[in-house]
Structure formats: C-alpha cells, structure tokens
Design a protein around this ligand. Structure first.
Ligand SMILES: Nc1ncnc2c1ncn2[C@@H]1O[C@H](COP(=O)(O)OP(=O)(O)OP(=O)(O)O)[C@@H](O)[C@H]1O
Length: 208
C-alpha cells in the first residue's frame, strides 16, 4: 500500500472521441477504501473515462486529481505473447518489486499455467494473468475496465473478493462493468447521466 492515502477525483470532466462529446460535467471524489461502479451502454464512454482517469486520453475539459500509484486493467494484458506465463509475469513482478508473487499466482490459479506461452492462454486465463499484474503493482488506485468479462463464476467471485480486500486495505477501485457488482458501501453512477444536452453540443460546435 502507498505511504499516503490514495484519492481519485474528477472535476467537471468532459471527453470527446472523434467529433463526438461523450460526457461532460462529470465530477466525483473517491477516498481511501472506496469502490465505485461505472455503468453505461456500449459506446457510452466508460473506457474513455477510465483512459482519461489513467492519463492516457486528454480530456476535452475538466481535470483529474489522483494521489497514489495507479494500476490499470483493460483488454490488453501487457504480457509478452511469446513468453511462458511464469516468465512474462516475472518480468513485471521484477519491475514492480512485487512481494510474495507465488501467493498471487496461486490466488489467481495460474500455477499450472506457468510454462504455457501467453498466446495460448484462454480469454479467462489471460484476464486472470492481467489481474495478477494488477496485484503485483501494489498500487493504491485500481482502474478496472470490465474485470469480470470472460471469467467463469468462481473467477468472478475471486475478483470481487480481491477488490473487497483491496478496499478494506485502504485502496480505491473504480470499476466499469456491465455486470451487477455487489460490494458493501460501493457507490455507482451511470455515464449516461453525464451525456451532453443539445446546448452542450451547440457550444462544442462553436468551440470547434
Ligand atoms: N480512438 C477513437 N476515435 C474515435 N472514436 C472512438 C475512439 N475510441 C472510441 N471511440 C468511440 O467512442 C465511444 C465511446 O467508446 P468507449 O470505448 O469509451 O465506450 P464504452 O462505454 O466503454 O463501451 P463498451 O461498453 O462497448 O465497452 C464509442 O462510440 C467509440 O466508437
């Protein structure tokens, strides 16, 4: 865990993709221990929000404030497809100086896959490997984009258990998911609630 308490906040955030404003006036603040579920239809802008929060997309307006290190889970594992899983994970665990990597690998039921090249892993196995990377980063702020997709029921339960433990330990988790999530104290918002009104689109045209 980070020495200082993590926080994650958005202030009046707006994001566009191409020439389309996806959402605007989106503000929230998450303190240590908070979990937040972001919902929204396909294409509404959940991934775009997560990328903006991670600093990978420049917002159209507004600001992101973050205290503490960040771990991002999205559709890319970041693992070398040609390496056996054990070595591919060891590369990142080494950079992150992750403690107790054996426990993480066992926890995510990856031990039997250590010799399998990453490119041969199934969708769910790749997702579990990506989650092992998130755990290994020891970051205070987790941004998880569809962490349950492609996972069987047991693995979905495990992910929610890991998120619960992370937050109980003072971490923050912001999770975009189509699945219902059940965590004590979890807040949520629908990204459609920040969809632009017609007058916002007119303003955007004037700005362009
Ligand atoms: N690089 C890009 N250039 C232009 N448009 C993009 C780009 N990336 C995404 N979009 C568009 O932005 C919109 C929001 O995409 P985003 O991936 O954020 O949605 P989402 O809510 O995560 O959807 P899903 O539930 O399907 O994952 C979509 O209409 C998408 O086509």
């Amino acid at each position: 865990m980070q020495p200082s308490l993590p926080t994650l906040a958005a202030d009046n955030l707006a994001c566009r993709r191409g020439d389309r404003l996806l959402f605007r006036r989106l503000s929230f603040r998450l303190e240590a221990g908070a979990a937040c579920h972001v919902t929204g239809a396909n294409g509404a802008g959940k991934t775009t929000l997560i990328r903006a929060l991670a600093g990978l997309t420049t917002p159209y307006a507004g600001a992101v404030m973050r205290e503490g290190a960040l771990a991002l889970l999205d559709e890319r594992t970041g693992l070398d497809p040609d390496l056996p899983l054990g070595r591919a994970l060891a590369f990142w665990f080494g950079l992150d100086t992750a403690p107790d990597t054996g426990t993480m690998i066992a926890r995510l039921r990856l031990d039997a896959l250590a010799e399998v090249p990453v490119r041969y892993l199934s969708t769910g196995q790749k997702k579990r490997a990506a989650l092992a990377r998130v755990l290994g980063q020891g970051a205070g702020v987790w941004l998880l984009d569809e962490p349950l997709s492609g996972l069987d029921t047991d693995s979905q339960g495990l992910v929610m258990e890991l998120v619960r433990e992370h937050c109980a330990d003072g971490g923050i988790a912001l999770i975009a998911s189509h699945q219902p999530l059940d965590l004590p104290g979890m807040t949520s918002f629908a990204i459609e609630d920040f969809a632009p009104a017609l007058e916002d689109l007119a303003e955007q045209d004037e700005d362009a």
